[in-house]
Write a protein that binds this ligand. Structure first.
Ligand code: GYE
Length: 613
């Protein structure tokens, strides 16, 4: 054990002994010392975060937290992190203030100990785990509750006043908020406050009552500013203006109580992730398997009488408790080695978790898959798991599952509908996979010259296809010299990839600098055809692919593929853990994003060993 940590533990024991009375001195078998760096404690949200961290840590005798408050000063936060490292902490939990400034600080710490980042994700992936809300979704949900509040007798009247501060989270939330209400044709104005506090909001509105003319709803980026607006309206004797906030904390003076007491009319919950951070910190220190890369926490729209439609997992109350959890899995036919590995991982984990798993096969179309789901609903499963072949068309059938009170989890692929219709999505961040492919291309080709790209797209309408396309384009679009000159659907299979290259060669001289394949199978099919035409894959044309299957990594080692971005199919353990948590009544994160790496010719040999697919 590092000397620094020994001194720290001794110090903590002395403090504890001094603070506790004889007889209830707690077991001082401290095993884990977790350093916590908070951007500030002036924001209510961070105070709640600190309380949740401490409450969760108190459940474990072996855990001690050392919490430092940077008081809003980024230089101090960097110094705090250094101090915690000097104490020899086992793991760092950090809620960064200035994300840009803290990214290199976090990367440096991550070289020595695990790091959990909270609330604001840093650039890149140099950390163990990110836990935070989906700020853009929160902004959209805030827009939706405000539109509801504007609704009177079937029409929407009046304008909206948005109260915000220039904090990191506010910006992405505000963008989506403004998009949501602007799309509904609602006029709105924004005011920026120096502090995100009740008094600041109240004083500002009392000083500028003219801002409230023709306003029907005030939306504040936290419940306390909304409360300040409430107090100002009272003093100005203004009635009829509705109030919406954010955070939705429980307990005394929390946003949920404000809604209940009629002080504000609506809020959106923004969970802090403090409890999850301590639980995952212990698992990470213990080197547990199945630790995801990102956990995106669920946020709920809260209005009087509104119950989040994510029915409690123990919706099974109406079901007789069974010895084993019965899970029905509507998967996609084995179109690739990737898929085979994915199904085997889920089957293996079901056995390990003692889950009674029924896997439906023979999916050739979305209609087949929906029939499978209806069959599983009829068989009254405890949980239904779906790998949706395509992202659209799921609203009705997920509502059917909801009516039958059967929770649904999405694994591997996701859907593009109301997030309140499923419990969680476990899988990859497809846009990030696309960005990684594009970043490799930019780093390995000359920016001066035109780079012509042939894109081999996956199954039309599938979430990995759309995400990988969007992510790749979002990066190359910043450089006018990178052009996707042809893009065709290869349906994620080898023949599909081969056919696209044949088609291109039939109507063009070969003028492609790079092939971007949405999966390995299509890349491998393309390579076969290139060789038939005497074009050297990986040399005459760069080849970038996604998945990380054995055949693709073999081709990479032969220099026939230049970059393979991993898309981890081994989701079984995370899926079964989520199902177990769900059936114990826990609310699941909105998304659980898997940890993935990028393979290139520089990748160390050991990362190619013990691959399971
Ligand atoms: O990339 C591909 C498979 O759904 C993420 O589907 C998965 C994709 C994977 O056909 O190989």
């Amino acid at each position: 054990m590092k000397l620094g940590k020994q001194i720290l533990i001794l110090f903590l024991c002395v403090i504890m002994m001094a603070c506790t009375h004889v007889g209830n001195v707690r077991n001082t078998s401290i095993e884990y010392v977790i350093g916590v760096s908070l951007a500030n404690l002036s924001e209510q949200w961070r105070l709640v975060l600190k309380n949740e961290l401490e409450a969760e840590a108190a459940k474990y005798d072996s855990v001690r937290l050392v919490i430092l408050d940077a008081a809003g000063d980024r230089k101090k936060q960097a110094a705090d992190v250094e101090r915690l490292m000097g104490f020899g902490v086992d793991l760092l939990i950090i809620s960064p203030g200035d994300v840009e400034a803290m990214t290199p600080v976090i990367s440096k710490v991550y070289e020595e100990i695990p790091v959990i980042v909270l609330d604001r994700v840093v650039e890149g992936f140099e950390y163990s785990l990110f836990i935070g809300p989906d700020n853009r979704l929160i902004g959209q949900q805030a827009g939706e509750v405000v539109l509801d509040l504007l609704q009177k007798n079937g029409t929407r009247n009046g304008a909206v006043l948005e109260i915000k501060t220039n904090s990191f989270a506010n910006e992405s939330r505000s963008e989506e908020f403004c998009r949501t209400i602007s799309e509904a044709g609602i006029e709105h104005r924004s005011i920026y406050l120096a502090d995100a506090t009740r008094d600041c909001a109240e004083d500002f509105l009392l000083a500028h009552p003219e801002l409230l003319e023709d306003i029907s709803v005030i939306f504040a980026h936290n419940d306390y500013m909304a409360y300040g607006a409430y107090l100002a309206l009272k003093k100005l004797n203004l009635t009829g203006i509705k109030l919406a906030g954010l955070d939705g904390f429980s307990g005394e003076n929390g946003g949920l109580q404000m809604v209940e007491n009629g002080i504000i009319d609506a809020t959106v919950t923004c969970p802090t992730g403090g409890s999850e951070a301590v639980r995952y910190a212990i698992d990470i220190i213990n080197k547990e398997s199945g630790i995801p890369k990102q956990i995106i926490l669920r946020s709920h729209k809260i209005r009087p009488g509104y119950v989040p439609s994510i029915y409690p997992a123990d919706g099974g109350k109406t079901k007789q408790k069974r010895d084993m959890i019965r899970v029905g899995y509507a998967q996609i036919d084995e179109e690739s080695n990737w898929r085979k590995a994915s199904i085997e991982s889920i089957q293996k984990a079901a056995k390990e978790f003692d889950v009674d798993l029924t896997v439906e096969f023979n999916v050739l179309s979305i209609e087949d898959q929906m029939e499978q789901v209806r069959k599983l609903i009829a068989e009254d499963m405890d949980v239904i798991v779906i790998s949706p072949l395509v992202a659209e068309g799921w609203q009705d059938i997920l509502e059917e599952a909801g009516k039958a009170q059967i929770p649904v989890l999405l694994v591997d692929r996701t859907v593009s509908i109301d997030e309140e219709l499923y419990q969680s999505y476990i899988g990859a961040d497809f846009e990030e996979e696309g960005r990684r492919c594009a970043r490799w291309l930019l780093q390995n080709t000359s920016h001066q010259f035109q780079v012509s790209i042939l894109e081999l797209r996956g199954t039309e309408g599938a979430s990995p296809t759309q995400g990988r396309k969007d992510g790749f384009e979002s990066v190359i679009s910043e450089y006018g010299t990178y052009q996707i000159v042809a893009s065709e659907c290869g349906d994620f299979n080898r023949e599909g990839g081969a056919q696209i290259v044949r088609n291109y060669l039939r109507s063009h001289e070969w003028d492609i600098d790079a092939i971007y394949a949405h999966n390995d199978e299509m890349a491998l099919g393309a390579i076969e055809v290139l060789k038939e035409y005497g074009i050297k894959p990986g040399i005459d044309v760069k080849i970038i692919s996604v998945d990380g299957t054995a055949d693709a990594l073999t081709a990479l080692k032969k220099g026939e593929i230049n970059c393979v971005v991993e898309c981890n199919p081994l989701l079984g353990p995370e899926l079964m853990k989520a199902i177990t948590d769900l059936m114990q009544g826990k609310e699941l994160p909105l998304r659980i994003i898997t940890d993935e790496i990028v393979f290139t010719e520089e990748t160390p040999e050991e990362l190619f060993r013990n691959r399971k697919y």
